[in-house]
Ligand binder design. Structure first.
Ligand code: 0WD
Ligand code: CA
Length: 383
């Protein structure tokens, strides 16, 4: 049904026509000029403590300490049994922390944008979501394994987007091998080797790794006509007091298997760098520090990647991803969502669904298990 398909770049569709039923993900539809993406501005931040309690401040922000040697020999397995407190990932927090931040900082938000804008939009933004959800959208045109479900609710003119765990993801989560569970710890352990609690102190590899703790930035930006407000977890900042202001002083920490063959290098460029680029480009985090480890979890080298140089780095790769396809697809998806989700009602959820090699489709749910805006938020925003 080509006539039923939402075609990208179509300002020709009159606003009154009924919404189309699906969105194509074919890459060639999105190969055009890079859309406008405004420099993301940090409008706030928050912290989650060791018990996952919310604080409207930066108490969990850490400071990057460059390793002494380029081959540091960090043992990422250390502490897995005995000095590890793991966040309970069966608990779905949805957008709750971001909503808490919005309520605590409403005055800041509204004073900036709403006065100048003509839209009757209470918050002055079109989209509220997690950065991680946007990362999934950016990488969708190249994703061949994992689909997604995104729940969308319109309230006060703003669209709230919150992920729903797919059946496949739940199965994977419940059936992780012991080896996989341990490897998930390695990334956090690398952060502990390289991050300190303040600008003067050193990392403490003897301490406990607690994955409940988080520092999250809240940024505002615009993708073409879409005004976005989203939050993302930030690993650490540059400790130099003369470093630029956030988000330009933030650093993303990653670990990856050391690269020893041309095939591994090519796969790293084609798959891993796509995810790394998308995640950090969105909030304007300029640098990634990567620890390359062996199969036993020992970091054998550390390298810095500048986000602005990644597209150059991958240019010679055949069959590689293109930033413009990622951004244009995300933009088109948001336009599709806006055209579909017109009813302003906190109890209505449009569930957008995508599986590899398929189009994006949706279903509508009233007062269902998918409703995700909490009563305390609805009450505060509608009073
Ligand atoms: O409950 C949920 N379904 C989700 C909750 C899904 C996605 C995110 N979250 C929340 C959590 O509150 C977390 O603190 O989001 C926060 C992180 O959000 P994000 O920055 O938008 O997520 P993403 O970019 O996917 O991940 C950033 C980091 C990860 O680092 P790496 O280097 O591995 O990409 O946040 C961590 C992880 O360290 N992380 C999470 N932490 C707690 N709960 C989660 C999660 N579900 N997902 C990633
Ligand atoms: Ca990280």
């Amino acid at each position: 049904r080509p006539g039923q398909n939402h075609h990208p770049a179509g300002p020709s569709t009159p606003p009154s026509s009924p919404p189309t039923q699906s969105l194509s993900i074919q890459r060639q539809l999105y190969e055009r000029d890079f859309p406008l993406y405004k420099q993301p501005v940090e409008v706030g931040h928050f912290s989650l403590d060791s018990e996952r309690r919310f604080f409207n401040d930066s108490r969990q922000l850490r400071y990057y300490v460059e390793p002494e040697k380029s081959c540091p020999n960090f043992d990422l397995r250390d502490g897995y049994r005995g000095r590890f407190v793991k966040r309970d990932d069966r608990v779905k927090e949805k957008l709750d922390h971001i909503l808490r931040w919005i309520l605590a900082n409403r005055s800041k938000l509204q004073s900036k944008d709403t006065a100048a804008s003509s839209s009757p939009c209470a918050l002055g933004v079109d989209i509220v979501t997690w950065r991680g959800h946007l990362t999934k959208l950016l990488t969708t045109p190249y994703e061949t394994r994992e689909g997604w479900l995104l729940a969308v609710t319109r309230m006060g003119g703003t669209l709230y987007i919150s992920e729903v765990e797919t059946e496949a993801a739940r199965r994977d989560r419940e059936n992780r091998t012991e080896r996989h569970e341990e490897m998930m710890y390695w990334g956090y352990k690398f952060e502990q080797y390289t991050c300190a609690d303040d600008a003067q102190s050193l990392p403490d590899p003897g301490g406990v790794v607690n994955t409940n703790e988080a520092f999250c930035t809240v940024v505002q930006t615009r993708l073409a006509e879409h005004r976005l407000l989203f939050s993302g977890e930030v690993d650490c900042r540059d400790k130099d007091p003369k470093a630029p202001s956030p988000p330009a002083n933030y650093i993303e920490m990653k670990t990856s298997l050391e690269i020893s063959t041309p095939k591994q290098r090519s796969n790293f460029h084609r798959f891993k760098l796509l995810k790394w680029w998308a995640q950090s480009f969105l909030p304007g985090v300029p640098r990634i520090v990567a620890g390359f480890r062996d199969h036993d979890g020992v970091v054998v080298s550390v390298e810095t990647y500048h986000i602005s140089k990644i597209s150059q780095l991958i240019k010679n790769e055949t069959n590689c991803w293109k930033p413009t396809v990622c951004m244009n697809f995300c933009c088109e998806f948001l336009s599709f969502v806006k055209s579909v989700v017109t009813e302003d009602n906190p109890r209505v959820v449009h569930l957008f669904s995508w599986d590899p090699h398929r189009d994006v489709t949706y279903s509508i749910h009233r007062d269902s298990q998918y409703s995700f805006l909490p009563d305390w938020y609805i009450r505060e925003m509608t009073s």
